[in-house]
Design a protein around this ligand. Structure first.
Ligand code: SAH
Length: 336
């Protein structure tokens, strides 16, 4: 519940507004039992305990990278489904990558999360719990959130916005919008809707190809919104919010990694101030697509740079623990 909803709920019980705020604060710290809310009178704790549940995610698996300390969690949801969260430790703070749906219906050709389709949306509180449980389990203070795990966040628009409100609340988890990134495969109407909310978060768009022909090979969503429509939406987003978009580009051997692709991409993005994040494709056995080799990635980045487009190659964390999208949940699905 949002603070105002909790206040209304408490008012209906004849309880003062400050009690609702106390409970909201405890929930924002990840407390899962009313008995732990020590600034509430014992009788009230018992009443609340009798009337409400505080559902929370159950840890199924935890893996820690021996290489870089990246941690990956597989959580069980109350209905038995599962999702993954990754904790990445950087010098500037700890970042969690959360899932927004159980599965995904976008069908990208390289992605493990979309195999088996979308089962359901995550609720706002399940997403919040991913952040809270991860911080508590790892004993880590969370300063950044990326919505880049399983699912398409803009395909679960209302719940994701609700989650952002909760996690951003100063009396809750208090994570600033500027410390939150949201990644989308490019749902044009939803990008416009998001722009209208004027949030200070960072929007990343999974582009993966500069032209319709190549993008359609990799991303079925391109049939609904072609590259031109997507670029236009990105431009509108920048105009409305003043926030530059960053583009993700997973390098797939022989598909989108040629000098011609670099040229086309540079033509599109030159002068827009957009940043390109080159990602080494994580090999997903079911998908059969291969990552580009290191030299090709470097040459591609250099070609973009020479053409005036800033590009960086994303650091790879947790490669020894299957820390990429959907790989852990997929492993569990294979076994069961
Ligand atoms: N649905 C959203 C967010 C989740 S995917 C989106 O499409 O942006 C997060 C990022 O990981 C996206 O850029 C996605 O294209 C990328 N990705 C998915 N599978 C990958 C793989 N096997 N290797 C590298 N990147 C991958």
């Amino acid at each position: 519940m949002l603070p105002a909803e909790l206040a209304a709920e408490f008012a209906a019980l004849g309880l003062p507004g400050y009690r609702a705020r106390q409970v909201f604060r405890w929930l924002g710290r990840g407390v899962t039992g009313f008995d732990e809310m020590t600034d509430l009178p014992r009788a009230l704790r018992e009443t609340l305990d009798g009337a409400y549940d505080i559902p929370s995610l159950k840890m199924l698996r935890r893996q820690t990278s021996a290489l870089d300390g990246t941690e990956k969690f597989l959580w069980e949801l109350p209905d038995g489904e599962s999702v993954e969260t990754v904790l990445m430790r950087y010098k500037h703070g700890n970042s969690v990558c959360i899932s927004s749906q159980v599965g995904c219906r976008m069908g990208c050709a390289f992605c493990a999360s979309t195999i088996g389709g979308k089962i359901r949306d995550l609720t706002a509180s399940e997403m919040l719990d991913e952040v809270l449980r991860t911080g508590i389990a790892a004993g880590a203070e969370i300063s950044n959130i990326v919505l880049m795990g399983i699912g398409e966040p803009l395909d679960n628009f209302d719940n994701v916005m609700r989650f952002l409100t909760l996690v951003n609340d100063p009396e809750g988890a208090n994570i600033g919008m500027r410390h939150i990134s949201l990644s989308t495969c490019g749902l044009v109407e939803a990008i416009d809707k998001l722009a209208g909310l004027h949030l200070q978060l960072t929007l990343s768009v999974s582009l993966h190809a500069p032209d319709d022909e190549t993008r359609s090979l990799l991303m079925p969503v391109n049939a609904a919104y072609g590259v031109d429509a997507l670029y236009d939406a990105c431009e509108r987003y920048f105009r409305v919010t003043g926030r530059r978009i960053s583009f993700e580009y997973a390098m797939v051997r022989g598909v989108n990694d040629t000098p011609r692709h670099a040229r086309l991409l540079a033509q599109r993005l030159r002068g827009t101030g957009s940043h390109v994040n080159l990602i080494r494709l994580n090999y997903v056995p079911e998908r059969g697509l291969e990552p580009s080799d290191e030299d090709t990635v470097r040459a591609f980045a250099k070609a973009l740079g020479d053409a005036g487009v800033t590009a960086t190659v994303r650091r790879r964390l947790g490669s020894d623990i299957d820390a990429a999208c959907g790989q852990l949940r997929r492993g569990r699905m294979r076994k069961t």
